[in-house]
Design a protein around this ligand. Structure first.
Ligand SMILES: *Cc1c(COP(=O)(O)O)cnc(C)c1O
Length: 645
């Protein structure tokens, strides 16, 4: 992704009043700005319904003792995505007179949380929507659901004989379960277990497409992909099945390109290649009926609608039409029946249905509104620095900026070389902060600014001088992909969106890790290195939302600095703008995260009591203080791992 737009870009155009954050573009009809300047949650398929005010939800949760950070799941959003995926595939099937069916599955690894999988199964029932599993544990999850008879369970992943046995057992119980071979080794296992149990498996084969895609997951496609069978291995498996008179077990072909495929052309090429394999495998004698094209359907996190890592250049309907058309053309040209199309869209199912909401704890500024007065004994360099204010205009902004940097650096070097004292240097630094503030203000929206006269180094430096907002969340626990793969999620304040943001900031989390920060943001005009924000006001919480975090984030997160799971709440939006609490899951307590790393919280309390007791005996602590100290320790150990108010 390019460096994107700069601070001056959004300050100078008439984006000022509205939608600086590009909410109308990435919000996808789900997120909107209400007239009161708050974020509203909408139900796009019910245009008459009143959007629900997100700050009201926070207020309501707060009254119930559920404080930020909180992960909010919206069931309506999940239902609407499952509907849309199925409806779009069925529409493409109708439009192109495709004779096979669409049978989607949700890959459990994308979000294994029970309240999520439960609802996916519920919302998917009308469409015979199934589950994809990649491990024994995930298969057990699938088997614990009352899936429809037609809904598929696709077993991918590396398998041992227990996994194979479970899958065959599921099939015997009436589940529409497919066992996909990921490696030649697994065929021997399957042959053995099938013989032993006398169950004929619905066998699938995972082919490794030679086609490579772009985006963050490029490495998981093509020859070097760690999954699936290469062309010679596919032939070996076919031969071996033939030898065992078992070639007619092979009914499904699977391939997976990797996640978040940015470009529709890549989807088309990969589908084309998969369809070629499908034709050839049938020619070899395998009675294939299901073509499983894996995941990869992307989410437009930035709303830019371009083929880049955090966006996609296609719509859901285009995706479906491209797949159905490509498969149909290939089958028709070989006079083969149209197979059942399976896709394993995880991200596209769940990403939009969750958001992380948190409050800002404090701000660090790199400028100041405190005016500095000149004095007779000022160092001449400082006097010159103070004079900058007399010629600080738009026309001479760059010049002022250059002068300011120069004098500040000169004073610093005089300090280093013992020629100027600490007090004078401090005054120079204060002047610098004050003039930085003046320069920033000149760039503000209200002042029309000719950005072409501003040098790039100045724009960069202004971004460097952005505030740091210290926020009540852990990147490593709640947003691991931002840290690991530079994922961009849309972020916006939840309130005051009818006020011009007067400042800009990067976000820092509450871990002590310098990597725990967010410095790429989606704005109306593209990706920026700073987020426009409002001045924090005393006594008033300022909340931010990170949107579209429903895919992959929840279980990839870790316990860096022992910040645990956040509170999680599932709500359903009502047409009158209210909402109903469906499920509430309290976040980890300190005691819980301590036991994850094998401390025994009770013993810790006991140890602490002994330490306090010794202090009492030594006369350093009174009996009353002892009580106070022990109860503080106990309260902390029972409390939320995040900041509480
Ligand atoms: C992870 C995974 C998926 C999900 O991919 P998305 O891009 O999230 O839709 C599907 N199939 C397999 C085999 C996977 O490993």
């Amino acid at each position: 992704m390019s460096a994107g737009i700069t601070i001056s870009d959004y300050f100078d155009k008439d984006l000022l009043t509205e939608d600086i954050y590009g909410i109308s573009r990435w919000g996808d009809g789900l997120i909107t700005i209400l007239e009161n300047g708050h974020i509203g949650l909408c139900q796009p398929e019910k245009p008459d319904s009143i959007p629900t005010d997100l700050t009201e939800i926070i207020k309501n949760l707060d009254q119930r003792g559920i404080t930020a950070p909180v992960l909010l799941r919206v069931t309506n959003f999940l239902r609407s995505r499952i509907d849309q995926i199925n409806i779009s595939f069925n529409a493409a099937i109708d439009e192109l007179a495709y004779k096979g069916k669409y049978r989607g599955v949700f890959p459990v690894k994308v979000n294994q949380q029970a309240p999520v999988v439960d609802r996916i199964v519920e919302f998917g029932r009308p469409y015979d929507f199934g589950l994809e599993v990649g491990s024994k544990a995930e298969l057990l999850i699938a088997l614990s659901h009352n899936l429809s008879k037609e809904a598929a369970i696709i077993c991918n992943g590396i398998k041992d004989s227990e996994f194979v046995r479970l899958a065959l057992m599921a099939q015997k119980l009436g589940y529409n379960c497919f066992l996909v071979l990921e490696s030649p080794r697994e065929l021997d296992l399957v042959l053995d277990v099938a013989k032993e149990t006398d169950i004929i498996p619905q066998l699938g084969i995972r082919v490794k497409l030679t086609y490579t895609v772009s985006g963050n997951w490029a490495k998981s496609s093509g020859d070097r992909s760690t999954f699936g069978l290469s062309i010679p291995q596919v032939m070996d498996v076919v031969e071996k099945l033939r030898q065992h008179n078992a070639l007619d077990w092979l009914v499904l072909q699977h391939s997976h390109l990797g996640s978040q495929v940015p470009n529709i052309i890549e989807i088309r090429h990969a589908t084309q290649e998969a369809a070629r394999f499908f034709v050839e495998l049938q020619r070899e004698g395998a009675p294939l009926t299901h073509l499983d094209l894996g995941g990869g359907l992307g989410v437009d996190y930035t709303g830019e609608h371009v083929a880049s890592a955090n966006s996609v250049n296609y719509s859901l309907s285009e995706y479906c039409l491209n797949i159905i058309e490509t498969v149909k053309d290939m089958m028709d040209s070989h006079d083969l029946p149209h197979p059942v199309i399976v896709t394993e869209s995880g991200r596209a199912c769940v990403a939009q249905s969750s958001m992380l909401l948190f409050n800002v704890l404090e701000a660090t500024h790199f400028d100041s509104t405190l005016k500095v007065d000149a004095a007779d004994d000022d160092h001449p360099l400082l006097t010159k620095m103070l004079e900058i204010e007399t010629y600080l205009t738009h026309e001479r902004l760059q010049e002022c900026w250059n002068d300011l940097q120069y004098y500040r650096d000169e004073v610093r070097s005089l300090f280093q070389s013992n020629q100027i004292n600490l007090a004078m240097t401090a005054k120079s630094e204060r002047t610098y902060l004050y003039l930085m503030n003046r320069i920033k203000n000149l760039l503000l929206p209200a002042h029309q600014c000719d950005t072409t006269s501003i040098g790039e180094d100045m724009v960069n430096a202004l971004e460097q001088a952005a505030d740091i907002f210290h926020c009540n969340f852990s990147l490593f626990q709640s947003l691991p992909d931002i840290w690991a793969i530079d994922q961009i999620h849309p972020i916006a304040p939840l309130q005051r969106l009818n006020e011009k943001p007067q400042r800009e900031a990067i976000l820092s989390d509450i871990t002590c890790d310098s990597d725990g920060k967010i410095d790429r943001f989606v704005l109306e005009k593209g990706v920026s290195n700073a987020l426009p924000v409002h001045d924090l006001m005393a006594g008033e919480e300022y909340y931010l939302g990170v949107f579209f975090v429903g895919a992959y984030q929840e279980t990839l997160g870790d316990l860096h600095n022992l910040f645990g799971d956040t509170n999680v709440v599932t709500i359903e939006l009502k047409p009158d703008g209210s909402f109903e609490m469906m499920h509430e899951q309290e976040g980890d307590t300190v005691s819980e995260v301590l036991s994850y790393v094998e401390y025994d919280p009770r013993r810790m309390v006991d140890t602490f009591k002994v330490i306090v007791e010794n202090a009492v005996r030594a006369g350093r602590v009174s009996a009353a203080e002892r009580k106070e100290m022990i109860s503080t320790f106990k309260d902390s150990i029972q409390g939320y791992t995040y900041f509480e108010h």
